[in-house]
Write a protein that binds this ligand. Structure first.
Ligand code: TXA
Ligand code: MG
Length: 341
């Protein structure tokens, strides 16, 4: 199958492909999604095959209007409050499913379903034109960093999908916050740009966070949490700000080049500007999140590079998503001065 890259200005070929049950990757404000008609079971089954994704890991249903969710899920008052506050935007809401409306392939056989209304006008137009919500896992090969430009999608999935709607680089760069409203107490299952305190302010009560509690032998709240994620085929280490001087000395002493990913401010401080194997993360924490996955992919594609050192950001709620994805890519490993030097 030849995979096309379509400009966002003409959606006609993408609409036709989706209506015929084919796969089309679409842009969002977070990362690119791999779209299929959520009400076409055969189309949804192709998503798992194309990504190499385990079939017990459920998909997010992407809608163009909040009212579309009522076709297949039970929308509580709390859910409506969050939709009013944050949609369109990077918040995925898990609700009890309305029986017999969706394929088990969408829900992973659970009694709940995840929904999100992306802050991207092109994709909302696409959903409206297809006339059906779209499932949309991140459009990467399972286990790889999520795609933030159309070329990443093409790199992973060409030959397996009909095409990609290219709307440039995604703004946020890490996946949506996932909140579970299907139980008595709201819980964040995956951190994203929208933080726990922001959600608590809208709901007027406490919100749990389960992101830190998943051991390999545990049944995770979000099935996706048990799989390896965002991991390039390299050794990735997190570096705390105070350890960069030592980390750079160590890196320069290695035979194979070491990829360095760090904020502009540290690039300048350590006089690394313009050097090979340096991936600047931009001028603030938001730009770091937007550039994280692209940087990991950049070094992953360079065979000479065996090791990547990446800046750990300050542990604030706003940096929760960045640090969570980095921690997964690094398998929890830090550059440790005592151990490395
Ligand atoms: O930003 C995003 O959310 C992107 C863009 C494309 O919208 N999509 C995305 O989808 O990241 P995906 O499939 O890669 O991640 C969805 C996560 C998985 O960890 C999955 O296990 C969890 O949401 N999930 C989906 N349905 C669920 C459910 N009913 N209960 C618990 N977790 C669920
Ligand atoms: Mg994903």
């Amino acid at each position: 199958m030849e995979t096309k890259i379509w400009q966002a200005t003409d959606l006609s070929a993408a609409v036709t492909a989706l209506k015929r049950g084919r796969l089309v990757a679409f842009p969002t404000e977070t990362v690119y999604g791999l779209g299929a008609d959520a009400f076409n079971e055969k189309a949804v089954s192709k998503v798992y095959a194309a990504k190499g994704r385990p079939s017990d890991n459920p998909l997010i249903v992407h809608v163009a209007t909040p009212s579309q969710v009522r076709d297949y899920a039970q929308v509580s008052e709390q859910a409506q409050q969050l939709m009013d506050a944050f949609w369109p935007g990077p918040l995925t809401i898990i609700l009890p499913v309305v029986p017999d409306k969706l394929s088990k392939l969408v829900t992973g056989g659970l009694q709940t379903v995840a929904s999100r209304l992306p802050d991207n006008a092109v994709t909302r137009q696409l959903i409206n034109a297809v006339g059906s919500p779209l499932v949309g896992p991140s459009a990467n090969t399972s286990g790889k960093p999520s795609p933030t430009i159309a070329e990443h999608v093409y790199h992973d999935l060409h030959g397996k999908i009909a095409g990609v709607v290219d709307d440039g680089a995604t703004k946020i760069g890490v996946e949506s916050t996932v909140i579970d409203l299907s139980t008595d107490s709201p819980a964040i299952l995956r951190p994203g740009k929208i933080t726990g305190p922001e959600i608590e302010a809208v709901l007027g009560g406490p919100v749990d966070s389960f992101e830190h509690h998943v051991a390999a032998d545990e049944v995770p709240k979000a099935p996706g949490m048990k799989y390896r994620h965002y991991a390039p085929d390299k050794d990735v280490y997190m570096v705390k700000e105070a350890d960069w001087t030592q980390a750079i000395i160590w890196a320069q002493g290695q035979l194979a080049p070491v990829g360095l990913m760090l904020p502009d401010q540290l690039v300048e401080k350590h006089q690394l500007a313009g050097m090979d194997f340096v991936w600047p993360l931009g001028e603030n924490d938001a730009s770091a999140a937007a550039k994280l996955f692209a940087g990991l992919r950049n070094f992953d594609d360079q065979p000479m590079v065996k090791t990547i050192l990446v800046a750990r950001l300050a542990d604030t709620p706003a940096n929760g998503a960045y640090n969570n994805r980095l921690n997964k890519a690094a398998g929890g490993q830090y550059f440790d001065v005592a151990e490395f030097m």
